[in-house]
Design a binder for this molecule. Structure first.
Ligand code: AG3
Length: 282
Protein backbone atom coordinates (compact mmCIF):
# COMPACT_ATOMS: atom_id res chain seq x y z
CA UNK A 1 0.00 0.00 0.00
CA UNK A 2 1.60 3.19 -1.15
CA UNK A 3 1.91 6.02 1.35
CA UNK A 4 -0.62 7.94 -0.70
CA UNK A 5 -3.42 5.39 -0.19
CA UNK A 6 -3.30 3.96 -3.73
CA UNK A 7 -2.31 0.50 -4.92
CA UNK A 8 -0.30 0.77 -8.14
CA UNK A 9 0.80 -1.96 -10.55
CA UNK A 10 3.40 -0.52 -12.90
CA UNK A 11 3.59 -2.15 -16.31
CA UNK A 12 7.27 -2.75 -16.95
CA UNK A 13 8.47 -1.36 -20.25
CA UNK A 14 5.04 0.08 -21.11
CA UNK A 15 5.36 3.47 -19.39
CA UNK A 16 1.93 3.02 -17.82
CA UNK A 17 0.30 1.73 -14.67
CA UNK A 18 -2.97 0.94 -12.94
CA UNK A 19 -3.93 2.53 -9.65
CA UNK A 20 -6.81 1.73 -7.33
CA UNK A 21 -7.64 3.88 -4.33
CA UNK A 22 -7.50 1.80 -1.16
CA UNK A 23 -9.48 1.73 2.04
CA UNK A 24 -7.32 -0.84 3.81
CA UNK A 25 -4.84 -3.68 3.58
CA UNK A 26 -6.45 -6.75 5.10
CA UNK A 27 -3.99 -9.57 4.47
CA UNK A 28 -0.32 -10.05 3.59
CA UNK A 29 1.59 -13.33 3.58
CA UNK A 30 4.49 -15.01 1.89
CA UNK A 31 3.55 -18.49 0.75
CA UNK A 32 6.28 -20.93 -0.35
CA UNK A 33 5.70 -19.63 -3.90
CA UNK A 34 4.76 -15.96 -3.74
CA UNK A 35 3.54 -12.97 -1.78
CA UNK A 36 -0.25 -12.89 -1.45
CA UNK A 37 -1.85 -9.57 -0.55
CA UNK A 38 -5.50 -8.62 -0.07
CA UNK A 39 -6.77 -5.05 -0.04
CA UNK A 40 -10.13 -3.38 0.33
CA UNK A 41 -10.39 -0.78 -2.42
CA UNK A 42 -12.67 2.22 -2.49
CA UNK A 43 -14.58 1.31 -5.69
CA UNK A 44 -13.43 -2.15 -6.90
CA UNK A 45 -14.26 -4.15 -3.78
CA UNK A 46 -11.69 -6.66 -2.58
CA UNK A 47 -8.41 -6.95 -4.50
CA UNK A 48 -5.98 -9.89 -4.57
CA UNK A 49 -2.42 -9.43 -5.78
CA UNK A 50 0.31 -12.07 -6.26
CA UNK A 51 3.86 -10.76 -6.15
CA UNK A 52 2.42 -7.29 -6.66
CA UNK A 53 0.36 -8.15 -9.76
CA UNK A 54 -3.42 -7.74 -9.87
CA UNK A 55 -5.19 -11.11 -10.06
CA UNK A 56 -8.77 -10.47 -9.05
CA UNK A 57 -11.05 -7.64 -8.00
CA UNK A 58 -14.67 -8.07 -6.97
CA UNK A 59 -15.81 -5.58 -9.56
CA UNK A 60 -14.44 -6.90 -12.83
CA UNK A 61 -13.37 -10.57 -12.38
CA UNK A 62 -16.65 -11.82 -13.89
CA UNK A 63 -15.55 -10.79 -17.39
CA UNK A 64 -12.33 -12.81 -17.24
CA UNK A 65 -13.76 -15.89 -15.51
CA UNK A 66 -16.81 -16.13 -17.78
CA UNK A 67 -14.66 -15.81 -20.90
CA UNK A 68 -12.14 -18.38 -19.67
CA UNK A 69 -14.91 -20.92 -19.08
CA UNK A 70 -17.92 -20.44 -21.34
CA UNK A 71 -16.28 -19.80 -24.71
CA UNK A 72 -14.50 -23.17 -24.61
CA UNK A 73 -17.37 -25.09 -23.03
CA UNK A 74 -19.99 -23.89 -25.52
CA UNK A 75 -17.55 -24.49 -28.40
CA UNK A 76 -17.46 -28.18 -27.46
CA UNK A 77 -20.43 -30.41 -28.21
CA UNK A 78 -20.30 -32.41 -24.96
CA UNK A 79 -17.78 -31.11 -22.39
CA UNK A 80 -17.79 -33.77 -19.65
CA UNK A 81 -14.28 -33.84 -18.21
CA UNK A 82 -12.50 -30.55 -17.55
CA UNK A 83 -9.02 -29.75 -16.23
CA UNK A 84 -8.19 -26.32 -14.81
CA UNK A 85 -4.50 -25.50 -14.38
CA UNK A 86 -3.97 -22.67 -11.86
CA UNK A 87 -7.24 -20.92 -11.17
CA UNK A 88 -6.55 -20.88 -7.41
CA UNK A 89 -9.13 -18.19 -6.69
CA UNK A 90 -11.75 -20.66 -8.00
CA UNK A 91 -13.65 -18.12 -10.13
CA UNK A 92 -13.15 -20.15 -13.31
CA UNK A 93 -14.12 -23.36 -11.48
CA UNK A 94 -17.39 -21.76 -10.40
CA UNK A 95 -18.23 -20.87 -14.03
CA UNK A 96 -17.31 -24.35 -15.33
CA UNK A 97 -19.55 -26.03 -12.75
CA UNK A 98 -22.54 -24.00 -13.98
CA UNK A 99 -22.62 -26.44 -16.94
CA UNK A 100 -24.81 -29.41 -16.02
CA UNK A 101 -23.18 -31.68 -18.60
CA UNK A 102 -19.80 -31.35 -16.87
CA UNK A 103 -19.29 -34.53 -14.85
CA UNK A 104 -15.78 -34.12 -13.47
CA UNK A 105 -13.38 -31.20 -12.95
CA UNK A 106 -9.79 -31.52 -11.78
CA UNK A 107 -8.25 -28.23 -10.69
CA UNK A 108 -4.49 -28.30 -10.27
CA UNK A 109 -3.13 -25.18 -8.56
CA UNK A 110 0.48 -24.92 -7.46
CA UNK A 111 -0.12 -22.76 -4.39
CA UNK A 112 -2.70 -24.01 -1.91
CA UNK A 113 -2.48 -20.72 0.01
CA UNK A 114 -4.07 -18.83 -2.93
CA UNK A 115 -7.18 -21.00 -2.63
CA UNK A 116 -7.30 -20.78 1.17
CA UNK A 117 -6.98 -17.00 1.02
CA UNK A 118 -9.67 -16.83 -1.72
CA UNK A 119 -12.01 -18.95 0.42
CA UNK A 120 -11.68 -16.35 3.14
CA UNK A 121 -11.74 -13.11 1.15
CA UNK A 122 -13.62 -14.08 -2.06
CA UNK A 123 -16.21 -16.57 -0.73
CA UNK A 124 -18.54 -15.88 -3.67
CA UNK A 125 -15.88 -17.22 -6.10
CA UNK A 126 -15.56 -20.38 -3.99
CA UNK A 127 -19.26 -21.26 -3.68
CA UNK A 128 -18.87 -24.32 -5.91
CA UNK A 129 -15.72 -25.73 -4.26
CA UNK A 130 -17.74 -28.36 -2.40
CA UNK A 131 -19.52 -29.53 -5.55
CA UNK A 132 -18.94 -33.31 -5.70
CA UNK A 133 -17.79 -32.95 -9.33
CA UNK A 134 -14.88 -30.69 -8.25
CA UNK A 135 -11.52 -32.22 -7.32
CA UNK A 136 -8.87 -29.81 -6.05
CA UNK A 137 -5.18 -30.72 -6.14
CA UNK A 138 -2.28 -28.55 -5.07
CA UNK A 139 0.69 -29.47 -7.21
CA UNK A 140 2.49 -28.61 -10.43
CA UNK A 141 0.07 -28.44 -13.38
CA UNK A 142 2.79 -28.99 -15.98
CA UNK A 143 3.70 -32.32 -14.40
CA UNK A 144 -0.01 -33.20 -14.02
CA UNK A 145 -0.63 -32.87 -17.76
CA UNK A 146 2.58 -34.76 -18.53
CA UNK A 147 1.35 -37.65 -16.35
CA UNK A 148 -2.29 -37.57 -17.54
CA UNK A 149 -3.52 -40.63 -19.44
CA UNK A 150 -4.14 -39.97 -23.15
CA UNK A 151 -7.68 -38.74 -23.81
CA UNK A 152 -8.45 -37.78 -20.19
CA UNK A 153 -10.17 -34.47 -20.80
CA UNK A 154 -12.53 -32.63 -23.16
CA UNK A 155 -11.37 -29.18 -22.05
CA UNK A 156 -8.13 -27.90 -20.47
CA UNK A 157 -8.28 -24.35 -19.10
CA UNK A 158 -5.00 -22.62 -18.24
CA UNK A 159 -5.92 -19.88 -15.76
CA UNK A 160 -2.39 -18.79 -14.98
CA UNK A 161 -0.40 -15.76 -13.95
CA UNK A 162 1.85 -13.88 -16.41
CA UNK A 163 4.38 -16.03 -18.36
CA UNK A 164 7.23 -15.55 -15.88
CA UNK A 165 8.57 -17.90 -13.20
CA UNK A 166 6.71 -21.20 -12.75
CA UNK A 167 3.92 -20.13 -15.17
CA UNK A 168 6.30 -19.65 -18.14
CA UNK A 169 6.13 -23.33 -19.04
CA UNK A 170 2.36 -23.09 -19.52
CA UNK A 171 2.76 -21.13 -22.74
CA UNK A 172 5.19 -23.35 -24.67
CA UNK A 173 5.33 -26.21 -27.11
CA UNK A 174 6.25 -29.00 -24.65
CA UNK A 175 3.21 -28.19 -22.52
CA UNK A 176 0.84 -27.99 -25.51
CA UNK A 177 2.10 -31.33 -26.82
CA UNK A 178 1.16 -32.86 -23.45
CA UNK A 179 -2.24 -31.11 -23.60
CA UNK A 180 -2.87 -32.49 -27.09
CA UNK A 181 -2.23 -35.99 -25.81
CA UNK A 182 -4.30 -35.50 -22.65
CA UNK A 183 -7.29 -34.25 -24.65
CA UNK A 184 -9.92 -36.43 -26.25
CA UNK A 185 -10.63 -36.01 -29.98
CA UNK A 186 -12.12 -32.55 -30.65
CA UNK A 187 -10.88 -31.41 -27.24
CA UNK A 188 -10.03 -27.78 -26.57
CA UNK A 189 -7.21 -26.12 -24.64
CA UNK A 190 -7.71 -22.47 -23.67
CA UNK A 191 -5.13 -20.32 -21.93
CA UNK A 192 -5.18 -16.74 -20.75
CA UNK A 193 -2.97 -14.93 -23.26
CA UNK A 194 -2.30 -11.46 -21.82
CA UNK A 195 -2.92 -8.14 -23.58
CA UNK A 196 -3.36 -8.03 -27.37
CA UNK A 197 -1.85 -4.54 -27.34
CA UNK A 198 1.12 -5.13 -25.01
CA UNK A 199 1.87 -8.80 -25.66
CA UNK A 200 1.28 -9.36 -29.38
CA UNK A 201 4.51 -11.37 -29.65
CA UNK A 202 3.36 -13.76 -26.91
CA UNK A 203 0.05 -14.39 -28.68
CA UNK A 204 1.97 -14.98 -31.91
CA UNK A 205 4.21 -17.49 -30.15
CA UNK A 206 1.23 -19.27 -28.60
CA UNK A 207 -0.39 -19.67 -32.03
CA UNK A 208 2.84 -21.04 -33.45
CA UNK A 209 3.28 -23.47 -30.55
CA UNK A 210 -0.32 -24.74 -30.78
CA UNK A 211 -0.01 -25.28 -34.53
CA UNK A 212 3.38 -26.99 -34.10
CA UNK A 213 1.78 -29.45 -31.68
CA UNK A 214 -0.94 -30.47 -34.15
CA UNK A 215 -3.89 -28.48 -32.91
CA UNK A 216 -6.08 -28.18 -36.00
CA UNK A 217 -7.55 -24.77 -35.26
CA UNK A 218 -6.22 -21.89 -33.15
CA UNK A 219 -8.03 -18.66 -32.29
CA UNK A 220 -7.78 -15.75 -29.86
CA UNK A 221 -10.78 -14.17 -28.15
CA UNK A 222 -10.82 -10.64 -26.76
CA UNK A 223 -12.45 -8.96 -23.82
CA UNK A 224 -12.04 -5.87 -21.67
CA UNK A 225 -10.34 -6.35 -18.32
CA UNK A 226 -9.87 -2.91 -16.88
CA UNK A 227 -7.55 -3.92 -14.01
CA UNK A 228 -5.06 -5.91 -16.14
CA UNK A 229 -2.23 -4.36 -18.20
CA UNK A 230 -3.65 -2.08 -20.95
CA UNK A 231 -7.22 -2.85 -19.83
CA UNK A 232 -7.66 -5.21 -22.77
CA UNK A 233 -7.19 -8.96 -22.39
CA UNK A 234 -7.32 -12.18 -24.37
CA UNK A 235 -7.56 -15.96 -24.23
CA UNK A 236 -6.13 -18.26 -26.89
CA UNK A 237 -7.80 -21.54 -27.82
CA UNK A 238 -6.46 -24.57 -29.63
CA UNK A 239 -8.70 -27.38 -30.79
CA UNK A 240 -7.83 -30.95 -31.78
CA UNK A 241 -9.40 -32.47 -34.89
CA UNK A 242 -12.06 -29.77 -35.43
CA UNK A 243 -12.47 -26.03 -35.97
CA UNK A 244 -13.52 -23.37 -33.49
CA UNK A 245 -15.85 -21.61 -35.91
CA UNK A 246 -19.13 -22.96 -34.57
CA UNK A 247 -20.56 -23.30 -31.08
CA UNK A 248 -23.71 -24.65 -29.38
CA UNK A 249 -25.55 -21.41 -30.00
CA UNK A 250 -29.02 -22.68 -29.01
CA UNK A 251 -27.71 -24.21 -25.78
CA UNK A 252 -25.94 -20.96 -25.07
CA UNK A 253 -29.08 -18.85 -25.66
CA UNK A 254 -31.18 -21.23 -23.55
CA UNK A 255 -28.62 -21.74 -20.78
CA UNK A 256 -30.09 -22.33 -17.36
CA UNK A 257 -27.57 -20.19 -15.48
CA UNK A 258 -26.88 -16.49 -15.17
CA UNK A 259 -23.89 -14.70 -16.66
CA UNK A 260 -23.00 -11.02 -16.49
CA UNK A 261 -20.74 -10.63 -19.54
CA UNK A 262 -20.85 -13.75 -21.70
CA UNK A 263 -23.76 -14.46 -24.03
CA UNK A 264 -24.19 -15.71 -27.60
CA UNK A 265 -23.51 -12.31 -29.17
CA UNK A 266 -20.34 -11.88 -27.09
CA UNK A 267 -19.22 -15.39 -28.04
CA UNK A 268 -19.33 -14.61 -31.74
CA UNK A 269 -17.99 -11.08 -31.42
CA UNK A 270 -15.06 -12.14 -29.21
CA UNK A 271 -13.49 -14.09 -32.10
CA UNK A 272 -13.31 -11.01 -34.36
CA UNK A 273 -9.63 -10.17 -34.82
CA UNK A 274 -8.33 -6.59 -34.79
CA UNK A 275 -6.48 -5.81 -38.02
CA UNK A 276 -3.00 -5.52 -36.43
CA UNK A 277 -3.37 -8.87 -34.73
CA UNK A 278 -4.81 -10.53 -37.80
CA UNK A 279 -1.73 -9.35 -39.72
CA UNK A 280 0.66 -10.38 -36.96
CA UNK A 281 -0.81 -13.88 -36.96
CA UNK A 282 -0.66 -14.40 -40.76
N1 AG3 B 1 -5.02 -14.56 -14.14
C1 AG3 B 1 -4.09 -13.51 -14.15
C2 AG3 B 1 -3.76 -12.82 -15.38
C3 AG3 B 1 -2.51 -12.04 -15.23
C4 AG3 B 1 -2.68 -10.65 -14.75
N2 AG3 B 1 -1.47 -9.93 -14.98
C5 AG3 B 1 -1.12 -8.80 -14.37
N3 AG3 B 1 -1.90 -8.21 -13.53
N4 AG3 B 1 0.05 -8.28 -14.64
C6 AG3 B 1 -5.63 -14.41 -12.91
C7 AG3 B 1 -6.29 -15.44 -12.21
C8 AG3 B 1 -7.74 -15.19 -12.19
N5 AG3 B 1 -8.37 -16.42 -11.90
Amino acid sequence: MGKDGWYTEEWAGQGSALSLRLKDKVHDEKSPYQRIEIYETETFGTLMTLDGLVMVTDRDNFVYHEMMAHVALFSHKAPRRVLIIGGGDCGTLREVLKHDEVEHVDQVELDERVTRVAERFFPELCVANDDPRAHLYFQDGIQWVKDAAPGSYDIIIVDSTDPVGPAAGLFGEAFYADCHRALRPEGIVVGQSESPLFHTELIKAMHAALRATDFLDVATVHFPQCTYPSGWWSATLGRRDATLTSFREDDCRERSFATRYYNAGIHEAAFASPEFLFKALL
